[in-house]
Write a protein that binds this ligand. Structure first.
Ligand SMILES: O=C(O)CCC(=O)C(=O)O
Length: 283
């Protein structure tokens, strides 16, 4: 049984039945000011880090809710770390958590986080693509270098972005993200992160920039930006929560068999606007 901060399964279930307090809900929907310099930085480099995206009671509440959601989702996984595949040793991955409970949905649907994505991508509207908790266990493996949009059947990968929010500190030793600046303009390259990852040759001369985050800080990276993490060298769990956003208008591109069965595109036909029950307009 997965243990996080000594929360038992029954406590976790109770946490997920709570209502989000109004002050927290207001915080999730309060705008975060992005400057024109920050937009420029994101557009040039393909990523950005931002301080204080969450803090105070909203951070405390979101952290507890996400921990509970991961505990409940992993309730039947009794395997030891050694029994997991190398991919699964990189992180405890739980996607589409927003559709399991209201307090997670309140966080994932927050206009504060989607609004930042809208400003950084300079688009008219934002849809959720999906959410994903990524908790790297103590001693967890490195996450191999990859471009997220390789795994998504979208027509416009340049109009996708991920918020990676640190629910607790994500230091270099704990396996924070690192990014290859400007690599969103590099050649697209599929990395089989699940079974047989490789280090893209084209990045050999690229510098990488680590993005350590304090609790409540977040990074945003384009679906085209190459990124990765080192292993978690500490004895603590690294708790990252992501939401992925697409512009409202991105279309289903089923041309790549390696990614064309994505749940967010359930029942769509080639070329249709991505508009499913999993991808609501958020802002
Ligand atoms: O959290 C990690 O270890 C990897 C995260 C990642 O690759 C992503 O959010 O796109």
């Amino acid at each position: 049984m997965l243990k996080i901060n000594d929360i038992s399964l029954s406590e976790a279930e109770k946490i997920l039945e709570q209502e989000t307090p109004q002050e927290v809900l207001d915080f999730y929907n309060r705008s975060y000011k992005i400057s024109s310099e920050q937009v420029e930085f994101y557009q040039k480099n393909g990523f950005i880090t931002l301080e204080g995206v969450l803090f105070g009671p909203a951070l405390d509440f979101a952290k507890r809710v996400m921990e509970a959601a991961v505990i409940v989702r992993k309730r039947d996984d009794k395997r030891s770390f050694e029994e997991k595949s190398p991919y699964e040793q990189s992180f405890l991955q739980c996607g589409f958590l927003a559709f399991d409970s209201q307090p997670v949905k309140d966080y994932v649907f927050g206009k504060r986080f989607a609004g930042i994505a809208k400003d950084l991508m300079q688009v008219e509207g934002i849809r959720l693509w999906h959410d994903q908790a990524l908790f790297k266990e103590a001693g967890g493996r490195a996450t191999p270098v990859h471009q997220d949009s390789s795994y998504w059947p979208v027509s416009n990968p340049e109009l996708t972005t991920t918020i990676w929010l640190a629910l607790n500190e994500a230091s270099i030793e704990k396996g924070c993200l690192y990014f290859y600046p400007e690599s969103h303009r590099a050649k697209k390259e599929y990395v089989d992160i699940f079974n047989k990852p490789h280090q893209p040759e084209q990045l050999s001369d690229h510098k990488k920039i680590y993005a350590p985050l304090k609790a409540g800080d977040a990074s945003y990276h384009s679906g085209l930006t190459f990124h990765a993490t080192d292993n978690n060298k500490t004895d603590k769990l690294r708790e990252g929560m992501t939401m992925i956003y697409i512009n409202d208008g991105n279309r289903f591109d089923a041309s790549d068999k390696r990614n064309n069965t994505h749940k967010s595109c359930e029942d769509l036909k080639e070329g249709q606007i991505i508009d499913t029950k999993y991808t609501p307009v958020l802002i």
